[in-house]
Write a protein that binds this ligand. Structure first.
Ligand SMILES: [Zn+2]
Ligand SMILES: [Zn+2]
Length: 325
């Protein structure tokens, strides 16, 4: 499986402000010369030496993830990230009206839908769009999304054929050569994460969750979402302090995901759904805080001598990142 992150921002698309871009360019020029560089030929090496968010930031498109194998493709959610994915698909069969697209929805908050009216394959006659959700409202959601006066094209006038698939809770189903199972997350409106399996590799999507149920007992039937996982995308909209402050807002902090990952032996975890109110610098600070938390947990576990805490490979999501499983 290959996983590509087309949108990692939560709640609202967040393009960088002109003054933020200016401040970054100014800061980079200063850092370039302060490091003793003088020539054009030194630019690329200097930029490559920076942590990636210091150069391009974390990205502002709302959630959209592509999961691909040699034979199949599944898109998770229709946030604004899906617009650019649509451009790419239009260069293949979708551009000729021979495309088949599979989109699974976690839930229907705006940030997970708002890119769909700008997903070009949906307007091409001959294309088939399969839409999947546990929630029975899925067809109504499409009807309301493609409707005047909110959008000029009514659902009935879209070129592509839309086929709805209502999923059963915690019951596995197949899309091409991948097996998916929806498990419930903790969010103000019902929200379902997905466990993807292919050739013994597992990718779990656990975003838009407060993880109010964190122990094995509390998670109960949803525990398999977190077990035997090679790569997990997890909600880190907030810092730990904000997560405590914003109870019932439906989002988590990286430390919560790290605790679960260390306990359940998750190999790699990627934190996303960054807060739209957070600057790149603030997200970087949350990343540093997560690192302190992770290292602290390992140090205290080593001191106690009781158990060897599981080592997790973790990172904060940057738009455009890809992962191979
Ligand atoms: Zn969201
Ligand atoms: Zn949501």
């Amino acid at each position: 499986m290959k996983i590509k992150l087309w949108g990692v921002r939560g709640s609202l698309p967040t393009p960088p402000l002109p003054e933020e871009v200016e401040a970054r360019i100014r800061g980079l020029f200063r850092a370039f010369f302060k490091a003793g560089n003088k020539e054009l030929g030194q630019v690329e090496a200097f930029l490559a030496s920076l942590p990636p968010p210091d150069f391009g930031g974390y990205g502002g498109n709302t959630p959209c993830i592509e999961v691909i194998t040699d034979r199949s493709q599944v898109i998770i959610n229709g946030g604004t990230g899906i617009r650019r994915l649509g451009y790419e698909l239009m260069r293949g069969p979708c551009g000729q009206g021979k495309g088949e697209v599979h989109i699974v929805f976690t839930h229907f908050h705006w940030d997970h839908l708002v890119g769909l009216p700008f997903f070009n394959p949906i307007f091409i006659p001959g294309n088939v769009i399969h839409a999947y959700a546990v929630q029975p409202e899925l067809p109504d959601v499409f009807k309301n999304l493609f409707r005047k006066p909110y959008f000029p094209v009514n659902l009935a006038d879209l070129g592509a054929k839309i086929i709805y698939h209502q999923l059963e809770k915690r019951k596995s189903f197949s899309i091409g050569d991948m097996t998916l199972t929806p498990y419930q997350l903790d969010h103000p409106d019902p929200c379902w994460g997905y466990r993807f399996e292919k050739d013994g590799k597992v990718f779990s999507h656990c975003v838009d969750t407060e993880c109010t149920r964190a122990t094995r007992e509390e998670l109960g039937p949803d525990l398999p979402l977190y077990q035997g996982v090679d790569l997990m995308t997890f909600d880190a909209q907030y810092t730990l302090f904000e997560a405590i402050e914003k109870v019932n807002w439906g989002h988590a902090a990286a430390s919560i995901g790290l605790d679960i990952a260390m306990r359940e032996g998750v190999k790699r975890i990627v934190f996303m759904h960054h807060d739209p109110a957070a600057s790149d610098e603030k997200i970087a600070a949350a990343q540093t805080q997560a690192g302190r938390y992770y290292n602290g947990q390992h140090k205290s576990s080593a001191r106690s001598g009781l158990t060897d805490l599981h080592q997790v490979d973790w990172t904060f999501a940057i738009e455009g990142m890809t992962f191979d499983l």
